[in-house]
Every structure is written in C-alpha cells, then in structure tokens.
Design a protein around this ligand. Structure first.
Ligand SMILES: [Mn+2]
Length: 320
C-alpha cells in the first residue's frame, strides 16, 4: 500500500528493533540508504541492524564500518531501494519477504510487495527519499548519515550526470555539503580510482563489443572466466554497464554478466528508449534509463540474441 512521507515519518518514529534490508548485488544507493536510515534511527536510541544477502563491497567500508551489529529480536523490517521480493536475495526473501513492514524505494517497477510503500518515483535515488523522510520526521542528520546519503545520490546519478538528476537532487546535495563531508575524496574513490583487475577487465570487455540495430545497440559480456581470472569482487564490477554507452551512436548499452554457469545478470542503459520496458520483457525492471533482468539455465549466445531482439523492438529497428 502506497503511503506518503508524513505517514512513513510517523511509522519510522514509532518503530523499534528494526532490521533494514538492502538488495542483493548491493550498490551505493542500497548501501547508502540502508546505513543512513540505520544511523539516524540508532541516534534516536533505537536498535537497528542492516542485512544484505550478498557481501557489501569493501569500497563502501567508509560508510559502514561504524556500524557494529546489535543483538535483538526483530520487530520491524524495512527494505531500502528494493523493487521486488526476489531482489532481497534468496535467504532474506524467504525469511522476510512476506513481512516487510515498510519499503522505501524509487523504482517505478516496484511491485508493492511491502505492507507500506514509500515510493519516490521521481527521485534519482533511494537516498533522496531517505533524506526527505528524515527531514519530514524531524530526525536529525549527522555527518556520517549525510555521507551515506551523499554516496547513494552520487552513485545512482553517475556523480550527478545522468538524466534522473533534478533540481531537488541538487537542492538536497547542497544541504549535504554543509556537513563538510569529503565529497571530493569520495568522488575520486568511487568514480576515478580503479583496481588493476578492473582496468584489465574493462580493456577485455570493451575490446570486443558486439553491435546490432545498425550500431545503435552495443552488447558486452563479462564471463565468469574473466571475473575469476582477474579476481574481481562485485564492487569492482559496479559502473561497467555505463561503458557501452560511451560509444558514439549507441542508444542502448547491454552488459551481460555471468553470475555463475548458466545464470546471467543483464544491465541495460539507454539514451533515448525506456530501459525498464526492455527488461520487463524478461521479468526485470528498473528505471527509464537504467534497468536490469536475469536469465538462468541458458547460454550466453541465447541471452545476447534475446536482448538484441528486445533492443530492436524498442528502437523500432527493422534493418538487417
Ligand atoms: Mn537506487
């Protein structure tokens, strides 16, 4: 059931013994929003933990390492940046999927699975929604909370460059700057610095993009072999889906990641068409310019073919 900021504010002020769930394959926004909310609620004396089905990449240590786990029986479950139950990851989906009390999200594809849904469908990040929620609830934001929120806002907007950025995004960011957070160092850490393994992987996958739709669609694949050979962790793979979009003329960039044998996670980025609609063909979703879907029990070539066909349909391309 959709609720508004006031109702969500009442809810978070009155809850306790809270478990916050981030989505699997965690990114900066789910980590940032989860830990921002955890921090803000702990500052009120509440007991709160964050759980994620997958390990949180080391590069986010600077916003998570203050948070020692607390011991309590879970009363309230809140999901941050999680558009559907399956995105909780298997364990958390089974344990908590049916009992999420509040979901705080910004995905237009959110399945409304939680008892209450605070959806900022025009917000660039879940962190923007969290910030507005904390202000509405009159819950103080401290420097670390601001740093968490900044992290999610920056990562979901490609460092404030994507089309999802609004004047509200910048308004909130401008308030966060007053907390004296080291945004220059954070941006360098998140967007400029690459491990040698990441750099090598970029070179491999970008040396052989496959084109379709007369060059308007580029497909790259990161195989399990590459990931294993280069020893990449999930955090080092974040942002790779933006790479095909750097190629002149490309309007749809498709990145296929082999999670394990026969299981493929696909990320779609677009310049003109609806990425979420393309992924909806395969049970996925997301945002208008960035979305994802998953295939299992199949082959890389098959995934490429299906995605190329969906891209052609989206572009209304009927050439050869
Ligand atoms: Mn997000």
């Amino acid at each position: 059931m959709r609720i508004d900021y006031k109702q969500a504010a009442e809810f978070i002020k009155n809850c306790d013994n809270v478990l916050i769930l981030a989505h699997s394959s965690p990114d900066g926004d789910t980590v940032g929003s989860s830990f921002a909310l955890c921090r803000a609620l702990r500052n009120l004396g509440k007991r709160v933990n964050v759980s994620c089905a997958d390990e949180i990449p080391e590069k986010y240590d600077y916003i998570t390492d203050w948070c020692a786990p607390q011991i309590f029986d879970v009363e309230t479950v809140i999901a941050c940046d999680v558009a559907g139950v399956h995105l909780l990851g298997e364990n958390n989906a089974v344990r908590y999927g049916e009992r999420v009390d509040l979901c705080i999200d910004h995905h237009i594809s959110n399945t409304d699975y939680a008892r209450r849904l605070l959806l900022g469908e025009h917000s660039a990040s879940a962190c923007e929604v969290i910030y507005t929620l904390l202000v509405t609830a009159d819950i103080p934001v401290d420097r670390m909370t601001a740093q968490c929120i900044y992290t999610g806002m920056a990562t979901d907007t490609g460092c404030f460059r994507f089309e999802n950025v609004t004047s509200e995004t910048h308004r909130i960011a401008s308030v966060l700057y007053t907390y004296d957070i080291p945004f220059g160092a954070i941006n360098r850490h998140l967007f400029d610095i690459k491990s040698k393994a990441r750099l090598k992987t970029e070179q491999i996958v970008m040396s052989q993009p496959e084109f379709c739709c007369g060059g308007k669609c580029a497909i790259i694949a990161i195989t399990a072999d590459i990931i294993e050979k280069e020893g990449l962790d999930d955090g080092e793979l974040e942002g790779i889906p933006a790479l095909p979009m750097q190629i002149e003329g490309v309007e749809i960039g498709i990145t296929i990641k082999e999670k394990e044998r026969g299981v493929y996670k696909v990320s779609v980025r677009t310049a003109s068409v609806d990425a979420s609609a393309i992924c909806a063909n395969f049970g996925g979703g997301g945002h208008i310019r960035a979305a994802g879907c998953k295939f299992s029990g199949t082959y890389l070539e098959d995934v490429k073919q299906k995605m190329a066909a969906a891209a052609a349909e989206a572009l209304e391309y009927d050439g050869q």
